[in-house]
Design a protein around this ligand. Structure first.
Ligand SMILES: [Zn+2]
Length: 88
């Protein structure tokens, strides 16, 4: 019984952490798409590398800030996905 409760709590924490991660990632991406760095708030975002994810319909993009050196990878949904975002 104790093990069950621990497992249950851990899985809930996992889901919450995952949700917060996706939410934070989405907020960052919406800023970056406007060209604003989420770290230093400067309009110095450039695309470092962009490659298509093949038939998955997503594009793998690495954004970089010229001002503070911030760099992050995002999977941006391509036009073929209707909603514009493919799951994660
Ligand atoms: Zn920056």
């Amino acid at each position: 019984m104790y093990l069950f409760i621990v497992t249950l709590i851990l899985s809930i924490l996992g889901v919450v952490a995952y949700y917060l991660y996706i939410k934070q990632k989405g907020e960052k991406l919406s800023k970056i798409e406007k060209g604003i760095c989420p770290e230093c708030e400067k309009e110095s975002i450039t695309v470092k590398r962009s490659k298509s994810g093949g038939c998955s319909g997503t594009t793998n993009v690495i954004y970089r800030c010229e001002n503070c050196g911030y760099e992050e990878e995002f999977n941006v949904g391509a036009s073929g996905c209707g909603s514009g975002k493919c799951g994660i």
